[in-house]
Design a protein around this ligand. Structure first.
Ligand SMILES: CC(C)(COP(=O)(O)OP(=O)(O)OC[C@H]1O[C@@H](n2cnc3c(N)ncnc32)[C@H](O)[C@@H]1O)[C@@H](O)C(=O)NCCC(=O)NCCS
Ligand SMILES: Nc1ncnc2c1ncn2[C@@H]1O[C@H](COP(=O)(O)OP(=O)(O)OP(=O)(O)O)[C@@H](O)[C@H]1O
Length: 290
């Protein structure tokens, strides 16, 4: 039975932008400290990354605090995509300054930034839509249009070569992977295990199974992408985090990804995004009253 959509309460002061910004940073922190995560930076090790570690990510996260609050406030003012993108470009500069030029959070600045803006708009207007729907309806067209003139990137090169839709395509469509696959996996994982770690791993492996991750295409081509999708899918088919030995199984895939120098960075962003959705009251069957 689906829950009725209820509008979250409005906190006093800045329209909730501070609260939304803090939730975004907490979601990214929760992704960072989770382990094991195949090929990704975690407290365990640097995964398939020679140029960054936990400390690099923590510096980056600290530099991004003002950004997430600012983009939530801009969303609350119903800013056009051009204004959000300008905030995002400034945030990328802050990230690069904090990390000595390393790309720790480019995907997250984009996707969690947009979701934070949508949360600001939802609170300001008392909307009863999911954050993904708000991103699609309010900024979807402009997101796709901005991609056409954008300077080349790893993502855009592999998108052109392999026909992938990448981060822009996922956002412009309202993040269907989050609502159809990753959020249900997180919710079911929490209900079945009562453990945020286990549910996070289940959500991450679900993203790895279904996402067309341009990081994997860039590093490993179509074979690298289908290796990760296939192995993550097998982990889920064998019972995922309901198996007693799930940590060993996840760790084994981590080692195999590192041996191939593969890193599912887009899926890491989806994990942080789904923690953010959870914190904002989005659920697979509606929006929780808060
Ligand atoms: C759209 C963005 C992410 C660039 O995407 P693009 O595919 O061109 O580049 P790039 O390879 O550098 O980064 C993509 C990142 O998205 C994540 N990702 C990869 N695949 C996917 C996917 N299928 N779905 C969601 N995220 C994904 C990964 O973290 C990856 O690192 C964004 O950084 C951007 O628009 N940059 C241009 C400058 C700008 O306007 N910034 C402000 C945006 S608010
Ligand atoms: N815990 C994490 N570990 C590694 N990458 C992550 C993690 N969380 C998110 N990511 C995402 O992965 C991306 C970084 O991946 P990667 O280093 O492969 O990208 P790149 O700089 O485009 O490529 P390369 O380093 O191969 O030149 C970031 O945009 C980031 O958002």
């Amino acid at each position: 039975m689906s829950r009725p959509f209820r509008t979250p309460c409005l906190p006093a002061g800045d329209g909730g932008a501070g609260q939304i910004g803090r939730a975004a940073v907490r979601a990214l922190h929760a992704e960072l400290v989770l382990a094991p995560k195949p090929g990704l930076v975690s407290p365990l090790d640097n995964g398939s990354h020679a140029d960054m570690d936990m400390a690099t990510f923590l510096r980056s996260l600290s530099a991004l605090r003002p950004y997430f609050r600012a983009i939530a406030a801009a969303g609350g003012d119903d800013a056009p995509f051009g204004d959000l993108a300008a905030l995002g470009r400034d945030a990328e500069r802050d990230m690069l300054a904090a990390t000595g030029g390393v790309n720790t959070h480019r995907g997250a600045i984009f996707c969690i930034g947009l979701l934070a803006a949508a949360s600001g708009l939802r609170r300001a207007r008392g909307l009863r839509r999911s954050l993904g729907d708000i991103v699609r309806e309010r900024w979807g067209r402009a997101i796709l249009a901005a991609g056409e003139g954008a300077p080349p990137s790893h993502g855009s090169r592999v998108a052109a070569r392999h026909g992938a839709r990448g981060a822009r395509g996922q956002a412009a469509a309202g993040f269907p992977i989050l609502y159809r696959q990753v959020l249900p996996a997180l919710t079911d994982g929490l209900a079945a295990t009562g453990s945020a770690d286990a549910a996070g791993v289940q959500a991450l492996f679900t993203a790895m199974t279904y996402l067309e991750d341009t990081n994997l295409l860039h590093r490993g081509g179509p074979a690298g992408l289908s290796f990760v999708q296939g192995e993550a899918g097998r982990f889920l088919d064998r019972g995922g985090v309901l198996r007693e030995d799930w940590r060993d199984q996840a760790l084994a895939l981590h080692r195999r990804c590192v041996a191939r120098w593969l890193s599912p960075g887009g899926s890491a962003d989806m994990l942080a995004a789904v923690w953010f959705l959870w914190s904002q009251g989005d659920r697979p069957d509606g929006i929780m009253a808060r």
